[in-house]
Design a protein around this ligand. Structure first.
Ligand SMILES: *[C@@H]1O[C@H](CO)[C@@H](O)[C@H](O)[C@H]1NC(C)=O
Ligand SMILES: *[C@@H]1O[C@H](CO)[C@@H](O)[C@H](O)[C@H]1NC(C)=O
Ligand SMILES: *[C@@H]1O[C@H](CO)[C@@H](O)[C@H](O)[C@H]1NC(C)=O
Ligand SMILES: *[C@@H]1O[C@H](CO)[C@@H](O)[C@H](O)[C@H]1NC(C)=O
Ligand SMILES: *[C@@H]1O[C@H](CO)[C@@H](O)[C@H](O)[C@H]1NC(C)=O
Ligand SMILES: *[C@@H]1O[C@H](CO)[C@@H](O)[C@H](O)[C@H]1NC(C)=O
Length: 490
């Protein structure tokens, strides 16, 4: 069995001949967790182990001495902290997944390698068999200290007003209202499964994600939070997933209102800034960040997939990604890096390319991240300059831009148009952090203020199989605990 699986493995995304990897930016979801319906939500042991496996896969691709796509000059066994940046919002599940991932990326080095001769002539061994301590930076906190206050204000404050309004409009759209009506019978028929948690008045498309999450987690854990599982045929489970995906996609992205996907714009800005810094730094130095691993929510994947048109490459991108999913953007070059002699030499941007890979679920030998073209293009390997051009259509990299797009005038935006904002921009070591904090704020507030809706819109969400005939039941959607904050939408 194992052997057969092994033989089926595709070649590990071989690099082009003469290609060198300069750096990479990974965006990662957390591993398996408990259900959101029963807080506090926790990463399960399986979840931790999944994230560690994913880290081990990436180690095998980019880090270790024999890595298949080794990042040039990257420290193979003992971490060099300046080469690596790990980011995660203030969220227990994401933080813990990040730590588990890092255990796979840089496993303990062992007693011998981690011991030192102290001045007292005793040998001091590293803890936990040479465990490698790698900080997981919390987005929303300034690394410079300069903008700390503003960052916090932005994160807990008013968020991005225009994104919130746009998200609210989803709940007034004809797609949403149509789905709500068409699926009422479907959700009500399943009441015996979840009525302890989602009683009749909550069993509707309004709670599509919460219901899917409860069922999905409870079936995986075989727990008693649900009953009458005989009603959960494969088709029903698929329908729950599909409806939840449609609901979450509607909140995350709308092509005619890009501001709804603000979290994706901010992520795009972070990716551009991260990879650009790698590209522009002299190659022969240890002090450059070459690999960023950012943890985030499924909603951020959706916003980014919408903006970058991953959906043009595969309709699968409309779906909620599995636990522990990741995408990576690799920065590569064909230039002769070994011929760079001066320690100040950098790679010419014209010689640089990027490649986008995505793994649905834990990256592994049998579930390798696969390349997809972005931006509705054909090529998998895209010229750096084209990538920048495309990303700049929707990425947000500075505070002033963010304030304008969001229609925000408070907090960090209170000086919009004045020198305050340009200062914020100039000190932009902290900018990506300011903005990263917004990833939390936007979604929190957008979703926390969800309103019931009457208005009519136009447009079409595919994905949803229109199923049951409608049920004669008046429903007045309300805000409720299922209107999840960002922390809950991970
Ligand atoms: C590198 O070596 C390790 C340990 O021997 C092995 O498990 C791994 O598969 C190798 N990686 C590649 C890409 O060959
Ligand atoms: C997307 O935005 C357009 C224009 O505002 C609107 O007509 C449409 O209903 C929206 N779709 C969703 C799903 O919100
Ligand atoms: C699930 O739980 C039921 C009842 O507690 C038990 O009979 C069954 O064996 C369990 N299945 C698994 C796969 O653990
Ligand atoms: C990339 O970095 C260079 C040099 O620091 C800068 O001039 C350029 O504007 C940056 N490009 C982008 C797209 O951020
Ligand atoms: C980079 O760091 C490694 C160990 O972390 C060291 O062996 C190497 O000499 C350093 N290279 C430079 C150019 O500083
Ligand atoms: C991820 O896997 C799920 C099934 O587990 C699937 O429905 C979804 O479309 C997949 N998404 C992508 C982007 O491949």
């Amino acid at each position: 069995m194992k052997r057969a699986a092994f033989l089926l493995i595709l070649p590990c995304l071989p690099l082009g001949a003469g290609e060198t990897v300069l750096g990479a930016y990974i965006f990662h979801r957390h591993g398996s967790r408990t259900s959101k319906s029963y807080p506090p939500v926790q990463l399960t042991p399986l979840g931790a182990s999944e994230s560690r496996s994913s880290g081990a896969w990436y180690r095998n691709r980019y880090v270790s001495g024999n890595a298949s796509a080794k990042i040039h000059g990257f420290s193979p066994d003992t971490v060099t902290l300046s080469q690596l940046s790990v980011l995660s919002p203030m969220d227990d599940i994401l933080q813990n997944s990040a730590q588990a991932f890092l255990q796979g990326l840089y496993p303990p080095v062992g007693k011998a390698a981690s011991s030192e001769q102290s001045s007292t002539e005793d040998v001091v061994n590293g803890l936990l068999d040479g465990y490698q301590y790698i900080p997981v930076n919390t987005v929303g906190m300034s690394t410079t200290g300069v903008q700390g206050e503003d960052n916090m204000r932005l994160q807990t404050g008013s968020g991005c007003p225009n994104a919130i309004k746009s998200t609210e409009r989803y709940l007034e759209s004809s797609e949403y209202l149509q789905n709500l009506k068409d699926t009422m019978n479907f959700y009500q028929r399943l009441l015996p499964v979840y009525d302890k948690t989602f009683p009749a008045e909550k069993a509707s498309f309004e709670h599509a994600y919460g219901i899917y999450d409860l069922v999905h987690v409870s079936t995986a854990l075989n727990d008693t939070k649900i009953s009458h599982t005989e009603l959960l045929t494969a088709e029903v489970q698929h329908q729950l997933y599909t409806l939840a995906s449609a609901h979450e996609w509607g909140l995350a992205f709308n092509s005619s209102e890009p501001v709804r996907a603000m979290v994706g714009s901010i992520l795009a800005g972070q990716i551009v800034q991260g990879l650009n810094a790698t590209l522009r730094a002299p190659l022969k130095t240890n002090s450059t960040n070459r690999l960023t691993i950012q943890f985030g929510a499924y909603a951020s994947f959706m916003s980014f997939f919408g903006l970058s048109q991953a959906t043009a490459a595969s309709e699968d991108f409309y779906g909620i990604v599995d636990y522990d999913s990741s995408f990576v953007i690799e920065l590569v070059t064909d230039a002769e890096v070994d011929s760079l002699s001066s320690s100040a030499d950098t790679i010419n941007a014209d010689d640089a390319y990027i490649r986008f890979l995505f793994a649905n679920g834990t990256a592994s030998e049998t579930n390798q991240p696969k390349p997809f073209p972005l931006f509705g293009q054909q090529e998998i390997r895209l010229k750096w300059n084209t990538f920048i051009e495309e990303m700049s259509k929707f990425s947000i990299t500075d505070t002033a831009e963010w304030c304008v797009a969001c229609g925000a005038t408070e907090g960090v935006c209170s000086g919009a148009g004045s020198s305050d904002v340009s200062t914020a921009k100039a000190d932009s070591g902290g900018m990506s952090n300011v903005v990263a904090g917004v990833i939390g704020a936007v979604v929190t507030l957008a979703v926390a203020t969800l309103l019931a809706a009457l208005a009519v819109g136009i447009g079409g969400l595919r994905l949803v199989k229109k199923k049951a005939p409608r049920l004669s039941m008046a429903i007045a959607p309300k805000t409720s605990r299922d209107d999840m904050s960002y922390e809950e939408r991970v």
